[in-house]
Design a protein around this ligand. Structure first.
Ligand SMILES: [Zn+2]
Length: 495
């Protein structure tokens, strides 16, 4: 639901006056007297109502010739993910998928054409342009350009990357074009913007640091507990409000690296720090972290829909930084405890994971790559204590990975992914749905026949059959994945 289409100007003005953070990323206000557009949370003086124009996205504000505010920084606003595929009509779904494909392009610098995007989504280029304009109020090109410029603005503000690298990292393949586009939209050169930024004191390394905003509340305790319980030694470590991990080559970026996130205690912000080698792919890293930590969720919508379930407000769906790792770990987790799965993953990493240099002595290896596991004889995996059928399933996933990765990348509905995964021997519906939930971030995933879900539903609602559970769970659509997490957590608290 792009709720902004239904907010009239009076209501939108109230949001601005109240500095209502729930609307952050879903409403932007352009001020005609200054030519600047802001987030609702901006602390500058509230503009007069007659000077306000309201937009649902930065791209619309920029298409109307407004420039982003330097104080509230629209580029930090979380995206508006308060929609779910299952409740949208077909054109809206398509327009959203196209926007996601363009987001991915802005992040990667790949110059895929809209024709390719349309081809992937199975519609004509012309049809896609039309529904895109209807849903987003701008052309796909305007949308993409805004995304790139805002990413550039963020990198210029938050990092010390040279301007030429910023240009590349934000998807411009020539510095001249980047400068021209930047000046054209923001009426100042990239180097002048850089000059106006006050940097935090230099840290002792050249890591790229960046901050990402989310909509409060955020149940950080549940997220950190979830990640702690599953952290594979040498690959991932959680300490206080920080999570650090290695990134194997091919997981997010073509090169291997490392990253660390830290939840700020004084603002709804996550600080991200990553290896300088990943700088050219900064946009991809940012997009991956947003999905990993579910930073674009709209907690008030989700919490309201799940009011019948226990748990703190602001629960997020933990995603992943490496879908292949997630797939392998899902197989290792079949019919064993979380701790048991972690032990098996640890052995796999010790045997097959590439060593990597990071700033920490507890993150020393990358998760094994699909290429390595695809060419490993089954005996060598089985001898780690992984039962043979699961070792075979891991090899089968590794062999099919290119195809699975393509399905993950198209932002299509989850069904084709689930179908493809279930065609792999050793992958059942539970594992496939679990992957759709964690790797695709499908908010309505409901892994079938989950023992823990059934147990929790029995305790909470007296439901004693899978069929009863399925029927009851329908009331939680389209947020069943969040319901699953709440159900799992309810068992933990009971211990
Ligand atoms: Zn502002």
């Amino acid at each position: 639901m792009t709720c902004m289409h239904s907010l009239d100007d009076t209501a939108a003005y109230q949001v601005i006056t109240a500095r209502d953070a729930r609307f952050d990323g879903r409403l932007f206000v352009g001020v005609t007297s200054t030519g600047i557009y802001c987030r609702p949370i901006c602390r500058v003086r509230t503009p007069r109502a007659r000077n306000c124009r309201f937009f649902a996205t930065p791209a619309q504000a920029e298409a109307a010739a407004f420039r982003p505010c330097m104080k509230c920084r629209p580029e930090l606003a979380p995206a508006a993910n308060d929609y779910a595929w299952s409740v949208m009509d077909a054109s809206r779904t398509l327009a959203r998928q196209a926007a996601q494909a363009l987001d991915e392009q802005a992040a990667s610098g790949d110059a895929k054409s809209l024709v390719d995007v349309a081809g992937h989504l199975g519609v004509s280029d012309r049809h896609l342009r039309r529904i895109f304009q209807t849903e987003h109020g701008v052309t796909p090109l305007q949308y993409l350009q805004t995304r790139r410029l805002l990413l550039a603005k963020q990198l210029l503000t938050d990092t010390r990357l040279p301007v030429a690298q910023v240009a590349l990292a934000s998807g411009f393949n020539s510095l001249r074009r980047f400068n021209a586009a930047f000046v054209d939209s923001y009426r100042m050169s990239p180097s002048r913007l850089r000059g106006e930024v006050e940097f935090a004191p230099l840290e002792g390394d050249s890591a790229v640091t960046i901050k990402l905003a989310y909509r409060a509340p955020y149940d950080t305790a549940s997220m950190l507990r979830f990640l702690t319980q599953r952290a594979v030694p040498e690959v991932e470590a959680v300490e206080g409000l920080r999570v650090r991990r290695s990134l194997r080559a091919g997981a997010i970026t073509p090169m291997a690296g490392w990253l660390e996130i830290e939840f700020a205690t004084n603002a709804p912000v996550v600080h991200v720090r990553f290896a300088p080698a990943l700088a050219p792919a900064s946009g991809r890293v940012v997009a991956a972290v947003r999905r990993w930590l579910d930073l674009d969720a709209t907690p008030e919508t989700i919490d309201a829909a799940l009011a019948s379930l226990p748990g703190a407000p602001g629960l997020r769906l933990p995603g992943s930084t490496d879908a292949f790792e997630m797939a392998v770990r899902a197989v290792l987790g079949q019919q064993v405890t979380v701790a048991g799965a972690r032990t098996l993953a640890k052995r796999l990493v010790e045997r097959f994971g590439e060593p990597i240099a990071t700033p920490w002595d507890d993150v020393t290896r990358c998760f094994p790559s699909p290429e390595v596991l695809a060419s490993t004889p089954i005996e060598r995996i089985a001898e780690l204590g992984i039962i043979r059928t699961r070792a075979a399933a891991i090899i089968a996933i590794a062999l099919a990975w290119n195809e699975v990765a393509a399905l993950l990348a198209t932002h299509a509905r989850p069904e084709p992914l689930i179908e493809r995964l279930c065609a792999i021997k050793g992958i059942g519906p539970w594992t496939a749905h679990y992957l759709a939930m964690r790797a695709l971030g499908w908010p309505d995933a409901f892994p079938p026949n989950d023992v823990a879900v059934l147990k929790a539903m029995n305790q909470l609602f007296g439901i004693d059959s899978q069929r009863g559970a399925d029927v009851h769970a329908q009331t939680w659509q389209p947020w069943r994945a969040y319901a699953v997490l709440r159900l799992w957590n309810s068992l933990e608290k009971a211990l």
